[in-house]
Each structure stands twice: as C-alpha cells, then as structure tokens.
Design a protein around this ligand. Structure first.
Ligand SMILES: Nc1ncnc2c1ncn2[C@@H]1O[C@H](COP(=O)(O)OP(=O)(O)OP(=O)(O)O)[C@@H](O)[C@H]1O
Length: 390
C-alpha cells in the first residue's frame, strides 16, 4: 500500500544527489526525467513592493567590508544558508570569514571539515580564501563571571567577613549583587563572544576579509546583544558602588594597621571596555550601509510566527532586514503522494501567512527548495547557494 502511494508521488525533488554534488555539478535534474528543470525558486519580491532588494550581484559588487548575520528559529537551516553564502562570496573573489557564535556549533558538520578550535581555520575547496571561526561563548561567559566575581562576588563577602566588616556585607545585600551575577541573561555569552570577535576584526590578521558572515544562535539569543550595553550599565553601576564602599573600608583599616596600599587591577575598567565593545557591535549591526540581517525560516506556522517576532524586535533595534529565506519548500509536483499533499497544504498556508504578515510581507522572499539529501560539504553548499543567493 505504502509503495503504491509512493509510486504515485511525482514531487520533483531537487536532485542534490551525492553523485551530482560531490562532483561539483550545479545543474538541477528531475528524478523522473533527465532534462534540466527551470527552478522556480528565485529571489522575488512580493507583489506591490516598490523597491525590490538587491540581488547577489549587488551583494558582491562593493569592495568595502560587509557583514551578513543569519538568524532564525533553531533547525531551519541557518548554518546551511550562512555557509552557502560564505562559499559564494569566496567563489566570487571576496576573502570571507564565516563566524559561528551558536554554542552548538555545526560549521564542521556543514562543511564536512574539521573547523573547530576557536581559531581561524581555512576552508578547503573554494576559490578565494574562506576561513571559519567557531567562537566559544561558554568561555566568554566564564571570563565575564570571573571578572565580575573578582570585583564583588562572594569573594568580596568572604574577604570583608575576615576583615571584621560584616556590617558592610549587609549593606551589599541591597545591591542584589549575587543575583545579578548568577542571573546573567541568556545570550550574554554569545554577545560577549561576538564583541570579542569584533575587536579582532580591526586587527591586521583579519584585515583581508571583505565579507563577514555570522551564523548566529537561535532567535532570542541574538536579540540579547542589543540589550547588553544597558545591562552592563546597570551592572557596572552596582559594581562601582561596591568598589567605592570597599575602597573606603579597606583604606581606613589599612591606615589603622599601618599597611601600604596595594595596587589593584582595575576590573571595572575591564567591564567598561567590554560595554564599549558591545555598544560598538550594536552600532555596527544598526548600520544599514555595512550590515544586513537575513532571517531564515521554514514554511511552518511556528517558524513563521517566530520570524515575525524576530523582525519586530530587529525593527525596534533599527537593524536592517531586507530578505527572508523560506527554506525547505516542497518542490513542484505532477501528482503528490498523500504525505506530500498534506505537507504542501501546510506549507502553502504558512507561505500565505508570510504574505499577510505586516512584519514579513514587505521583505523580499527567497524560496529555497527541500532537497533530497543532507547538505554537507563545499559542492553541496555551492549547490544550495546557487539556488538561494541569486
Ligand atoms: N533546503 C534544504 N533541503 C534539505 N535539507 C536541508 C535544507 N536546508 C537545511 N537542511 C538540513 O537541515 C538540517 C539543519 O540545518 P542547519 O544545521 O543548517 O540548521 P540551523 O538552523 O543552523 O540549526 P541550529 O539552529 O540547530 O543551529 C541539516 O541536516 C541540513 O543539511
């Protein structure tokens, strides 16, 4: 029965067959005929849009450095689309850096090459230099935590207790410092890691890159980046108060005991530096001349709803979003099996949702087909890139 149903299915899955993509062919052939198909998946703007967004020719044209951030719900194809864009930039002459700030890195899996290690790793098989960098948000979080703890965490309370300054510990209570340090907002690690990368980008080692593509963590985390400078203001303010209280208490004690003042590392300055870096990253993201945020989604109600919320948040933060990639769209069919027919109905509904969504309807939609094999390795990414980035 299942075989009979499947036999009726004439959905023309795009033959990203291993044979084709591992040999680097880019032509698309139908599984039921050997004739090339004319792909219907193209950059197109929605009816009524006055100014269609630039195509890949414009994305590649300028020599000035550009940043592309790809974000969206988990599992929709952010890494695949980001990696395919990076490959395409590199194959069009742009030395390109692909950065993953998703704690669950998948660049190595996507390229089928070992790109791990938190340092620049060259990607093999592309025409111009393409480097990958998997940054470690966990490490950034730990560093932030250690620095904060040194200024005023439990270490301070222990120290003050041992100095007989228990009353000051009580005064610290109202600053809710412990709470502050223990409840760093989710995504703070990713944001810190991104800001660390941004400072490298000004260095000589990174100066050759003219295209920088970010594969970001799922939706909510990326958005934290924008609220962090304010969060840092609050936390730095609290830490400065503690430092002042500590400084006056310790100098009184030391003068009584006749001890010399020790030079202390200026930790709040470090936090201020971090805050400044984050503010710089936020400003860069808001600069529509250099940066574009591309939302990736799939045609399901849940993914579309999340994309709409993401777009609202990015608009409030003045981040430029011009295109929405609708990934894994079922290809055309001469006659669907029952499963494909149901799936197509759902997808059609989700695409209509996009077209009627006030946040998403104004974007240029780029449909990318569901292909019949997993997208792994440079030839496969090139294949995907040729369909998505046109
Ligand atoms: N158009 C497509 N056709 C078929 N498979 C696809 C397509 N796009 C992505 N995939 C596959 O879907 C899976 C998830 O893709 P990917 O890792 O790019 O998603 P992601 O959004 O980055 O995930 P995460 O949020 O977990 O980082 C991978 O196995 C990938 O090969």
């Amino acid at each position: 029965m299942a075989a009979m149903v499947l036999n009726k299915c004439r959905t023309q899955f795009y033959r990203a067959s291993l044979l084709h993509i591992t040999r680097g062919f880019t032509s698309v052939t139908s599984p039921i005929s050997t004739k090339p198909l004319t792909t219907p998946f193209q950059v197109r703007s929605i009816a009524g849009r006055a100014d269609p967004v630039s195509g890949f020719a414009d994305m590649v044209a300028e020599t000035q450095r550009k940043y592309y951030m790809l974000g969206g719900k988990g599992g929709v194809g952010k890494t695949s689309c980001a990696a395919s864009l990076a490959v395409k930039f590199a194959n069009h002459g742009h030395p390109t850096l692909l950065v993953s700030s998703d704690p669950a890195h998948s660049l190595s899996d996507s390229f089928a090459q070992d790109l791990a290690g938190g340092r620049l790793v060259p990607v093999e098989g592309v025409d111009s230099p393409l480097y990958a960098l998997e940054i470690n948000p966990e490490k950034a979080r730990e560093e932030f935590h250690t620095t904060s703890q040194k200024i005023g965490g439990s270490g301070v309370k222990d120290l003050m207790g041992s100095m007989g300054l228990g009353m000051l510990v009580d005064q610290l209570g109202d600053l809710k410092l412990g709470e502050l340090l223990d409840t760093l907002p989710p995504g703070v690690d990713e944001a810190i890691a991104i800001s660390e990368v941004m400072q490298f980008l000004d260095s000589q080692e990174y100066s050759m890159f003219t295209r920088i593509v970010f594969d970001t963590a799922p939706t909510g985390h990326t958005l934290r980046l924008f609220s962090l400078p304010d969060f840092m203001d609050t936390s730095i303010g609290k830490m400065m108060k503690i430092k002042q209280k500590l400084a006056s208490a310790t100098s009184t004690i030391k003068s009584v005991l006749g001890k010399r003042e020790e030079t202390q590392e200026n930790y709040p300055d470090k936090l201020k530096e971090l805050r400044e870096k984050m503010a710089k990253v936020r400003d860069l993201f808001r600069n529509s001349d250099t940066t574009e945020f591309v939302i990736v989604t799939i045609p399901t109600v849940m993914a579309v709803s999340e994309s709409s919320r993401l777009r609202t948040s990015l608009r409030k933060e003045n981040v430029s979003v011009q295109r929405l990639i609708i990934n894994q769209v079922l290809p055309p069919s001469a006659s669907d099996c029952k499963f494909c027919a149901m799936k197509r109905k759902d997808q059609t509904h989700a695409i209509e949702m996009i077209q009627n969504d006030p946040e998403l309807a104004s974007l240029t939609l780029v449909q990318a087909p569901l292909v019949d094999v997993e997208i792994r390795g440079v030839p496969a990414l090139k294949y995907l890139g040729d369909m998505v980035w046109r």
